[in-house]
Design a protein around this ligand. Structure first.
Ligand SMILES: C[S@@+](CC[C@H](N)C(=O)[O-])C[C@H]1O[C@@H](n2cnc3c(N)ncnc32)[C@H](O)[C@@H]1O
Length: 205
């Protein structure tokens, strides 16, 4: 069965289009703005793999439980963080994302928020994620360390047991994106705390 992706990332970015070029066949894009949705629907009318719906991420009851393999969010959670009732909105969104993902499914959060301000939200009651963090500098950023010794951006950044960056971690580009790859673990509701592993950190309830 083909994988089903929910992408809450429309607007001007071309990520969904690139995913189609990479062979993904069923991509649902949502945004709360009907203007944006209409614009994108028209722009990509010739790409049948891309579907668009106007929807609030805090209430996606249109979709059934466990109906998506992956949810990709670039900037939507960040946007909620800037709005009124931010903690409630973020909690509602994450609850919905967790509900929509099949067990083992992935929530990819692309954000400007470092672990100290994102992990506490991801760690909310009812969610049980295994999280791996990547930190990606902005395109064109040149590391002063030099290419040979610079760490690959594809290398996960380990988190401490408390879900923080390791002591002494130096963020070279302050405009980096943080990418949290969150795998939905079994026993999402009231699951036992998980022990961090080498690659990233699992999140304790
Ligand atoms: C910072 S923009 C990100 C745009 C795009 N992902 C990008 O990277 O260029 C945030 C988007 O979130 C949408 N948004 C804000 N609140 C929302 C909500 N409750 N439900 C769905 N979309 C929302 C806005 O309409 C906007 O398109």
């Amino acid at each position: 069965m083909p994988y089903i992706y929910l992408v809450v990332i429309i607007c001007s970015i071309v990520m969904s289009e690139d995913m189609v070029k990479d062979g993904y066949v069923d991509i649902m894009n949502i945004d709360i703005s009907s203007v944006v949705v209409e614009m994108m629907r028209k722009k990509y009318a010739h790409v049948p793999q891309l579907k668009y719906m106007q929807m609030d991420v805090r209430d996606m009851n249109f979709f059934q439980d466990e109906s998506f393999d992956c949810v990709i969010d670039k900037g939507t959670l960040d946007s909620l963080m800037c709005g009124t009732d931010a903690p409630l909105s973020v909690s509602q969104m994450l609850e919905e994302v967790n509900r929509l993902l099949r067990p083992g499914g992935i929530y990819m959060l692309i954000t400007y928020g470092d672990p100290s301000v994102r992990i506490p939200h991801l760690n909310q009651a009812g969610c049980n994620w295994k999280i791996v963090l990547y930190i990606i500098p902005r395109p064109g950023f040149e590391s002063r360390v030099g290419c040979s010794s610079a760490k690959s951006i594809m290398e996960p950044v380990p988190l401490t047991e408390r879900g923080l960056l390791p002591a002494g971690f130096v963020l070279e580009d302050p405009d980096s994106h943080y990418i949290y790859v969150c795998k939905k673990m079994h026993g999402s509701f009231g699951g036992a705390p998980q022990i961090p592993n080498q690659v990233g950190a699992t999140i304790a309830q």
